[in-house]
Ligand binder design. Structure first.
Ligand SMILES: C[S@@+](CC[C@H](N)C(=O)[O-])C[C@H]1O[C@@H](n2cnc3c(N)ncnc32)[C@H](O)[C@@H]1O
Length: 258
């Protein structure tokens, strides 16, 4: 199933239902450490960005951390529901971060940025190579010459190791979910289905969400970057500066307009 690029409020869209509980579901993720790694990438490649655009910013956790560390942040995400959570988070913390809903493939963003981020395998939600190339080409319009684009993806070995025929579930009183994960090697698609139950105002609501992510070969993504007019400065194995390979669970790409 392909998701529309033009209807960000679509309740069928991944994360539209999950948004209110996303931060809780992801509470194991150490975003501060992730931010440290991003800053170490800036340092390694001599970048001193001031204005940063975060694509697929989700509920704005990273944007808030980087705002607190002194960067001027802008966030965009396809899901209106995720953006609503991000805006509230910024408001609660008295941060002035511009969050907007939009599909990164069409890149409906204005401004110019010293760095652009797209984190936590959000690129894997782009289901074909032509759309990744379109996104990368659109990015030239907002990324300053000499700026960095940093993104990461999850790999096939990660799907096979941790997300094939897996079921996990959780309940915390307000909500419960069951997640069923399956990797389909023929199409290189990771499918994660969430069955969610919420309790609100004494009523019980049940809903489902299906997530599909395309798993790209490590070298192929680097090639797409080059073909889209970028120099690949590195493709690094999970939170390190070691060269990534198909044995990596996560690969961090650092690219710059050529
Ligand atoms: C795994 S979440 C990561 C969110 C956030 N980057 C984080 O680290 O928590 C994936 C995010 O990608 C967003 N997304 C997926 N496809 C997108 C697209 N084409 N354009 C913009 N956002 C997209 C989803 O709405 C979701 O918020």
């Amino acid at each position: 199933m392909r998701h529309s690029k033009t209807h960000p409020a679509d309740p069928e869209l991944p994360y539209s239902q999950l948004a209110p509980i996303y931060d809780h579901v992801m509470r194991h993720v150490d975003y501060d450490r992730w931010a440290d790694y991003i800053q170490s990438i800036f340092e390694r490649f001599g970048a001193t960005p001031k204005d940063i655009l975060e694509l697929a910013c989700g509920t704005g956790v990273m944007a808030c951390i980087l705002d607190d560390r002194g960067y001027r942040m802008t966030g965009m995400d396809r899901s209106e529901s995720m953006i609503a959570v991000a805006r509230q988070k910024a408001l609660d913390g008295r941060r002035s971060i511009a969050f907007q809903a939009g599909d990164m493939v069409g890149m409906p963003v204005s401004g110019s940025y010293d760095a652009v981020l797209c984190l936590y395998d959000s690129i894997n939600y782009i289901m074909d190579e032509a759309d990744i190339a379109a996104m990368m080409i659109g990015l030239h319009g907002v990324l300053n010459a000499g700026g960095l684009f940093v993104f990461d993806v999850c790999t096939e070995i990660n799907s096979r190791r941790y997300f094939h025929n897996q079921v996990d579930q959780e309940s915390n009183g307000d909500y419960s979910y069951v997640r069923r994960c399956e990797y389909v090697p023929e199409s290189r698609v990771q499918v994660n289905e969430f069955q969610l139950t919420f309790h609100r105002g004494g009523k019980r609501y049940a809903t489902r969400e299906r997530h599909e992510q395309r798993i790209y070969p490590v070298a192929r993504l680097a090639e797409i970057c080059r073909q889209s007019g970028y120099r690949v400065l590195g493709a690094f194995d999970g939170f390190s500066f070691q060269e990534a390979s198909e044995r990596s669970n996560r690969v961090h790409y650092v690219v710059r307009p050529a």
